[in-house]
Design a protein around this ligand. Structure first.
Ligand code: PEP
Length: 222
């Protein structure tokens, strides 16, 4: 089974980029995390890539929650994954407290989405008891993305051995759950990172906006 390659466009992208990616990309192991507004149109253009939302609501049902999008709604338009608890959301909006991330995770699982839960070096604090239990009980529906804060968007990837050690520790603590690495992955370093023992894939921010970069990463064949 090929390793999972997940792109996170963040608040980037245009309808032209959506067109380009929907025409150029095709891979079973690729998941693209798009802004909400592009998900539906991307899905109507092609079913050849899996899609992720970059968040979902703490509320599970339909209702009077202006501006919110539920996990169920995402699932209903053919979205398969959701990225949760990204450090940018935990830090900037202050909305993604451990308690809220737990609610989102549980809604995502309930709706049939696979949740990509982002954690940094302080994962033992970010993952509270309830979240750990949820991960243990739903290990097929949860993926952890280990993203050291110093590596996100900086171009600085930690020492490969350091990443390897953290991945081993995370997998030991959380029952062998699928674990990705994220932070400044690009077409030049992807092959080395993807070769780390035990790593199940990568989460890519900046480089995921370039189809050529993503195709090179996919072509590592790992
Ligand atoms: C991210 O924000 O999840 C990320 C990995 O970003 P970048 O690849 O740009 O460091």
């Amino acid at each position: 089974m090929s390793k999972l390659i997940v792109g996170n466009w963040k608040m980037n992208g245009t309808t032209d980029l959506v067109d380009e990616f929907s025409r150029m990309m095709e891979a079973d192991n690729l998941v693209l995390g798009l802004p909400y507004i592009f998900l539906s149109s991307f899905r109507s253009k092609t079913g050849k890539i899996k899609l992720a939302a970059q968040d979902c609501s703490i509320f599970s049902e339909y209702g009077s929650y202006t501006g919110e999008v539920s996990a169920k709604m995402l699932r209903s338009i053919g979205v398969e994954y959701v990225i949760l608890g990204h450090s940018e959301r935990r830090a900037l909006s202050l909305l993604d407290s451990a308690k809220n991330v737990y609610r989102k995770l549980s809604n995502a699982i309930e709706a049939g989405l696979i949740a990509i839960l982002c954690i940094d070096e302080s994962y033992d604090q970010l993952i509270d008891k309830n979240t750990a239990k949820l991960i243990e009980e739903n290990d097929e529906k949860v993926i952890l993305a280990y993203e050291p804060l110093s590596a996100i968007g900086t171009g600085v990837v930690p020492d490969i051995l350091e990443i390897a050690e953290q991945i081993v520790d995370i997998k030991e603590r959380y029952h062998g759950v699928t674990t990705l690495y994220g932070g400044s992955v690009n077409s030049k370093n992807a092959s080395e990172i993807l070769s780390i023992e035990g790593i199940d894939g990568v989460l890519i921010g900046g480089a995921s906006l370039k189809a050529a970069e993503m195709n090179t990463i996919l072509s590592t064949g790992l």
